[in-house]
Design a binder for this molecule. Structure first.
Ligand code: 6PG
Length: 250
């Protein structure tokens, strides 16, 4: 699709199932390339509900039979500060919709929400990033792929309009406040999201049509607009319902 200076690519699929399948194909193709290129696939998963269909499509497309799963590193783009088994936990959503379908498990870097306070959780997850990516002081981890959702208010991961996490440029993981419960969250920060080799927003449903139009046709300074990868490429995968109001990128 047409590309603007930031190189935002819009891929429109007919419905939510076709969307999930297209995203699964993109993930598997990128994994093939990254495992060939550097022997691992480091991906940050999105939270919320939309990823459930993508995870089901990954399983339908044979994820469980892949020989390279052992070199996949799964991370969380954000997490709610709730106990691990809580119904609002993104880790629980990933367990239910993806990991329980796998015999061979990838390495899963869960956000240690059992630590309690968001600031403590964020610091611990940042330490895990530093360790796992063997980062020098001040370095930023480069994910092969970051999957992101889009909230109706233009938030992504747990970076909400007006929240301090939006302005965080030093830390890799920050505590965040959501206007919707669970209010306490932690999130990868924009420096990390923007360092990714590939960013992939997955947007589904008519309720997201107004915000996707704002994200693609205007520049309102929403959190979604601040995801400007140094690689320069942002892929929006949307179903027709979510893309129904977009004008400039068609
Ligand atoms: C979260 C997500 C959040 C989500 C959007 C879209 O933890 O809630 O990271 O950014 O991706 O709110 O959520 P849905 O997919 O449920 O619409």
């Amino acid at each position: 699709m047409k590309v603007d200076p930031l190189q935002r690519y819009l891929h429109v699929l007919s419905d939510e199932e076709a969307l999930a399948d297209a995203v699964a194909q993109a993930i598997l193709a990128t994994a093939d390339a990254m495992v060939r290129e550097h022997g691992a696939f480091r991906i940050a998963l999105a939270g919320g509900n939309t990823p459930r269909r993508t995870h089901a499509a990954l399983l339908r497309r044979g994820l469980a039979a892949r020989a390279d799963l052992a070199v996949w590193d799964l991370w969380f783009g954000d997490e709610r500060c709730v106990p691990p088994g809580d119904a609002a936990s993104n880790a629980r959503m990933v367990d239910e919709s993806l990991l329980e379908g796998l015999r061979v498990r990838p390495t899963v870097h869960r956000v240690p929400t059992e630590l309690g306070a968001a600031s403590v959780i964020a610091a611990a997850y940042e330490a895990e990033l530093v360790r796992a990516f063997a980062l020098r002081p001040g370095a930023i981890p480069v994910f092969d792929m970051v999957l992101l959702g889009l909230g109706a208010d233009g938030h992504t991961a747990s970076i909400f309009p007006g929240d301090a996490a939006l302005g965080e440029r030093r830390r890799l993981v920050a505590p965040a406040k959501s206007p919707k419960p669970p209010h306490d969250r932690v999130t990868l920060t924009l420096p990390v999201l923007c360092a990714a080799s590939m960013v992939l927003f997955v947007v589904s449903g008519a309720d997201k049509a107004p915000v996707l139009r704002l994200a693609l046709d205007e520049d309102m300074g929403l959190p979604v607009d601040e995801v400007r990868p140094t690689s320069g490429i942002v892929n929006f995968f949307a179903d027709a319902a979510a893309a129904s109001l977009v004008r400039k990128h068609k």
